[in-house]
Design a binder for this molecule. Structure first.
Ligand code: FDA
Length: 389
């Protein structure tokens, strides 16, 4: 059995940040991951360009049973701290939209930077290494049996992420460790994920068509961004965002023409033109064709009664649909739920009833909005644990 101070399981975003912070404090750190490739989720993030944080990080942008839990970590390590790290490494970035920051050197730049930071802390890497067992040692601390060695450590950090994208190594390991130590778990679900519709609600012929400005609402929450029709239902940023709030069986509501007074708009239009042509000024042509065909023949504007036009307006402002589900963890960006925050100290991420055991990143019941919020949670929670292990 080899003695060390800290073992971190999971070399993803949170694990790397935790290892760098603890190692640079002079702690002897071992970083174990069963994958042979480093930080695959960072690599594929933001379409390979890594939306590494957001300028508008705020606790309200996180979903958790305890909405206050994120405050301490986000305050101790902010988006500006991470930006400062990028600058120190000569990396550059740009804001895309809604405060979302992307790295000009792509995900590879972020991974290289984190690897450098970890190496500055003299951390021992164990990639491609499986965990056989985790146990509390009788004399204190933890014994971690791996496919390579057995370690004894004072602090154990679980940074093994959530269930999304099992094809690149996501496992339920972190939840199993939590259960082993009798910590409560909030039930998990795929989040930031496309929604699927029942056959009768499907608009499969529109797959690939986007509507750029839609207000999607559910559970008193709303997002105004684009939606995208798919073969199975809908996707796009507004849908991914609302999927994190949506619960099975609930309706979602979409305003496809927010703020547009359609009757006023039609009053100024050419009344001899087909209604589809007129509406194509405010919505994608293919969508308008399919939408109008569903309620009958497409005619010139002047042939529609005010009542029918009002009903069309109502449908466009308030399209209600009950999704049949989501496309699941294979496509979900994150996992909602996880280790109950009531079990953890928000200042350090340590388990209240198991001194020395920490949970960081996505394995915890904290889910951020789309737009760099989840990585910021990984950096912040990894950092505060790294300061305390
Ligand atoms: P993460 O999943 O990064 O790391 C967990 C590590 O644990 C992995 O390396 C895994 O191999 C390892 N592991 C798992 N089980 C193990 C076991 N049994 N034994 C040993 N090791 C084990 N967020 C954002 O803010 N901006 C973005 O642009 C994106 N884009 C994005 C795109 C896609 C396609 C996905 C799937 C996700 C995103 N995200 C994102 C979300 C973001 O990637 C995610 O929130 C963080 O990676 C979570 O960091 P963690 O370190 O907690 O887990």
């Amino acid at each position: 059995m080899i003695e060390t101070d800290v073992v971190i399981i999971g070399a993803g975003a949170a694990g790397l940040m935790c290892a760098a912070t603890a190692g640079q404090r002079g702690r002897r750190v071992v970083l174990v991951d069963h994958s042979t490739k480093l930080a695959e989720k960072i690599r594929i993030s933001g379409g390979g360009r890594c939306n590494f944080t957001n300028l508008n990080i705020h606790p309200d942008c996180y979903i958790s049973n305890n909405p206050h839990f994120v405050k301490s970590a986000l305050k101790q390590y902010t988006q500006h701290d991470f930006i400062a790290m990028l600058c120190k490494h000569g990396l550059t970035f740009h804001e895309k939209t809604l405060g979302q920051l992307f790295c000009d050197q792509n995900s590879d730049g972020i991974i290289r930077m984190l690897k450098d930071e970890v190496e500055q802390g003299d951390v021992i890497w164990r990639m491609g290494t499986s965990i056989i067992s985790v146990a509390q040692a009788q004399a204190g601390g933890f014994v971690i049996e791996t496919s390579q060695e057995t370690w004894h450590c004072q602090s154990l950090v679980i940074a093994s992420g959530g269930l999304s994208i099992p094809q690149i190594g996501a496992t339920a390991f972190g939840y199993e460790v939590a259960k082993q130590f009798d910590l409560k778990i909030i039930p998990q679900a795929a989040a930031l994920v496309p929604l699927t519709f029942q056959a009768e609600d499907l608009w499969g012929e529109l797959a690939g068509v986007a509507i750029e400005d839609v207000v999607v609402s559910c559970q008193m929450q709303q997002f105004r961004e684009a939606i995208l029709f798919t073969h199975k239902g809908v996707s796009g940023p507004a849908i991914l965002q609302i999927s994190s709030y949506w619960q099975a069986g609930e309706m979602i509501e979409m305003d496809l023409i927010p703020e547009l007074d359609l009757q006023n708009f039609l009053a100024t239009a050419n009344r001899d033109a087909l209604l589809s042509t007129v509406l194509s000024d405010v919505l994608p042509k293919r969508f308008v064709q399919v939408f109008l065909q569903k309620s009958g023949e497409i005619r010139p504007l002047k042939q529609y009664s005010t009542k029918v036009l009002q009903s069309i307006e109502a449908q466009l402002h308030c399209w209600q649909v009950k999704p049949s589900g989501t496309v699941g963890y294979k496509k979900a960006e994150v996992t909602r739920g996880g280790v109950d925050t009531d079990e953890l100290l928000s200042k350090t991420m340590m388990a209240r009833k198991v001194p020395g055991l920490y949970f960081v990143g996505e394995v915890v019941d904290v889910t951020g909005w789309l737009g760099g919020y989840n990585f910021q949670w990984a950096w912040s929670s990894g950092y505060v644990a790294g300061l305390n292990v």
